[in-house]
Ligand binder design. Structure first.
Ligand code: FES
Length: 146
């Protein structure tokens, strides 16, 4: 698994990420993609640090991702900025969601599995030298309940 942690993984088509959060999985981890105020993709753990709700089921509000349960809002750094039930309370730095490196390239959004509060610019980027030769095979199967 160590090698896989060092690679970039395609998570979604860049056009698939609009104004709503998008749930993705990377090496078995539930993550959420969303766009910040500058339109940059943000990749973080899809679990609110308060009670564990899925942030991907929330919404983007005032350039932050809002948890669907109690409305805590997190900025692009993963820091909690607003707790609606206690609007005068300044959330401590420990109220934070872990981020993952993410870049957009070749029409795809790529994520790195190395956990941390990394900025994508600090990480090596997916190779672009032979992008025109890439071939991607996908297997998609939809199942429905009986
Ligand atoms: S579970 Fe997210 S704000 Fe409570």
């Amino acid at each position: 698994m160590d090698k896989e942690m060092q690679w970039w993984w395609p998570l979604a088509l860049d056009e698939a990420l609009g104004s709503e959060p998008l749930a993705v999985r990377l090496l078995g981890q539930h993550l959420v993609l969303w766009r910040d105020a500058k339109g940059q993709a943000v990749l973080m753990v899809d679990r609110c640090p308060h009670r564990g709700a899925r942030l991907s089921q929330g919404r983007i509000r005032d350039h932050a991702i809002e948890c669907p349960y109690h409305g805590w809002r997190f900025d692009q750094q993963g820091s909690c900025k607003i707790i609606p039930a206690t609007p005068d309370f300044q959330p401590p730095a420990s109220f934070k969601i872990c981020r993952y490196p993410v870049v957009e390239m070749h029409g795809l959004i790529w994520g790195g599995a190395r956990r941390g509060h990394l900025r994508a610019a600090n990480a090596a980027q997916p190779s672009s030298t032979k992008a025109a030769l890439w071939s991607v095979r996908c297997s998609y199967q939809r199942t429905t309940g009986s």
